[in-house]
Design a protein. Structure first.
Length: 576
């Protein structure tokens, strides 16, 4: 039989079916081609990023934080290398038998470790920050898959609690949180870098691809602080606070020639290397942020204004007989009634009545201008976080009794740093110096406040305070002339002056013939039986001046005395 005539072989399919199949195939290939063009052309960057995320990673490269030193290069804050352990929960499964050993090596409980590794949607999680290199090596010896270490830096403070209020500290991410570390964050921190790496399926880095950005290291900073004087000031302040069972204390040491802060300390303090015992109350830099009524330490500024305006001379006699002055319904008292006193004696014996009479001889605006020109009511502009500007009310709101009491330091609030800075007016030729916490290499230019002759007259008056008959003979230093002023003020508690709480202060400078140092001390709430500035704060100033003048090799300007220093019981009282 002819095959061509076989009924099955001679069957012809409809033409439309062939064309339909052909069209379907062409359409499928066209769709694939369009899809390929879409993915390879329009979605290329997206797909490459997704692919690289499976094997690539950008790792941060820590920048070395700049070192903080004292003026002589002694380290106050340094960065030491540490290791931080991390893992990638989304791409790593740590075997159960390895987890217990890993938790122990990291100093974590098994539950804490499981919680960190439980975030399966995360590519990165810190397991433990800032381990010592030795502990990090112990972790890596476990060879736990998917666990790695990165190099970081941890801040270490060699001076510990001695300079903690000034230097401050950094957090776990090496960012400044207090003090100089915060104030100069941008200068010290630098910028982190990064690098691209390839990792295998277990998360291990197997190849460096490229250095994307090199880290920029932080810059060092040299402070004006002299570490020797810092230790000296801290030691004497700490001893005084303990001896007088005080609530707290602060001290500031200034260089009169340059306006540099050579020492600054507070008690109580804290150790920035032991953050577990950190207490915000102890961490406050009281010398810069706490305010108090200065008491009699403000009297020289009232007297200086009266001298400057020609209202009095140093030998002018002021009526203080009886030791009382009534203004309206209020009466001002002196601690010890005396006869009429000269202006110099008013400073020496700290007469409230004499100072108030001089204040009331001036217009309120003139007295306000004198105090404002000395820096009261304005921030010292040291650049320190939280530094206070104090409170000096507008003179238009003053009543006569308020003007009188403000003349001897009541009704005005200052910080210890403000008070120390204001005394540069007397220690120079009448110029108010700009202060700095950073080592100064250029000559300092002050703001004229008093005539040079007025400043010299005040220095001579303030020297009388530390001599026999003054309120602070215990501020004397063997071989050096010392000037200064005591201050004792009741503290405000709930809007009222507490009868048994005092802020006791003394601002001293030496040598009087050519002032080099200013030392300001404030003891907060002494409770061991003495509370006058001449008995509580003046001895601290004496000890610090004695050591500091010798450290700085300042020549003595007095012969060695042949009589013993006055005892505490010999110090005259001052009105508070």
């Amino acid at each position: 039989m002819n095959p061509a005539h076989h009924p099955l072989l001679s069957l012809r399919l409809p033409v439309w079916r062939t064309r339909f199949v052909l069209t379907l195939l062409i359409a499928s290939f066209a769709g694939l081609a369009v899809r390929a063009l879409w993915l390879q052309g329009m979605q290329r960057d997206f797909l490459q990023a997704k692919g690289e995320s499976r094997y690539g990673r950008t790792l941060e490269m820590s920048a070395h934080r700049g070192m903080i030193t004292d003026r002589h290069g002694e380290p106050l804050a340094v960065s030491t290398p540490v290791e931080s352990v991390w893992a990638s929960p989304s791409s790593t499964e740590i075997p159960a038998d390895k987890r217990a050993a890993l938790a122990k090596a990291l100093g974590l409980t098994l539950a804490e470790l499981d919680q960190k590794l439980g975030a399966r949607d995360r590519d990165f999680v810190w397991l433990k920050r800032q381990l010592t290199p030795e502990k990090a090596r112990d972790v890596m010896r476990l060879a736990v898959p998917g666990v790695f270490v990165d190099k970081e830096y941890r801040r270490y403070y060699p001076a510990g609690d001695v300079a903690s209020h000034l230097i401050g500290f950094t957090d776990l991410d090496d960012r400044g949180r207090e003090g100089i570390e915060l104030a100069f964050q941008e200068h010290l921190a630098g910028k982190t870098g990064s690098r691209r790496v390839i990792r295998d399926r277990k998360g291990r880095v197997i190849e460096d691809v490229e250095g994307v950005r090199a880290p920029r290291q932080g810059r060092d900073i040299a402070l004006s602080i002299d570490l020797k004087l810092q230790y000296l000031a801290y030691r004497e302040l700490k001893n005084a606070v303990a001896m007088h069972r005080a609530r707290a204390g602060s001290i500031v040491v200034l260089d009169v020639r340059t306006g540099e802060v050579l020492a600054l300390a507070n008690v109580p303090t804290y150790n920035p290397n032991n953050r577990a015992q950190y207490d915000t109350e102890h961490a406050r830099n009281r010398a810069l942020v706490d305010l108090f009524e200065p008491g009699s330490t403000l009297k020289p500024f009232t007297v200086a204004a009266a001298l400057q305006d020609g209202l009095v001379r140093p030998d002018s006699v002021i009526q203080t007989a009886g030791g009382a002055l009534t203004i309206g319904s209020r009466t001002i008292h002196d601690a010890h009634a005396a006869g009429n006193l000269t202006v110099s004696q008013i400073i020496q014996k700290s007469s409230n009545v004499g100072t108030a009479r001089m204040a009331l001889s001036m217009e309120p605006k003139r007295m306000w201008e004198a105090l404002s020109a000395a820096g009261f009511g304005t921030v010292p502009q040291l650049g320190f976080p939280g530094e206070a500007g104090g409170r000096l009310r507008d003179h238009r709101t003053w009543k006569p009794i308020e003007q009188a009491t403000m003349s001897y330091g009541h009704g005005i609030s200052v910080s210890l740093m403000q008070l120390a800075r204001a005394y540069t007016v007397f220690c120079t030729d009448g110029e108010l110096l700009p202060l700095t916490l950073v080592r100064r290499t250029e000559p300092v230019v002050g703001v004229p406040v008093l005539a040079p002759e007025t400043a010299r007259q005040l220095r001579e008056m303030l020297q009388l305070v530390t001599q026999t008959g003054g309120t602070a003979p215990r501020a004397q230093v063997v071989g050096y002339s010392v000037g200064g002023k005591t201050g004792t003020a009741h503290k405000l508690v709930n809007g009222r002056y507490a009868p048994d709480r005092y802020a006791s202060s003394f601002i001293g400078f030496a040598p009087v013939s050519a002032p080099r140092l200013i030392v300001a001390v404030m003891i907060d709430e002494p409770s061991a039986g003495h509370h006058y500035g001449g008995t509580v704060a003046a001895p601290v100033v004496s000890s610090v001046l004695s050591g500091a003048l010798r450290v700085l090799a300042v020549p003595p300007d007095l012969p060695i005395p042949r009589v013993p220093m006055p005892e505490m019981v010999d110090v005259p009282a001052e009105e508070v």
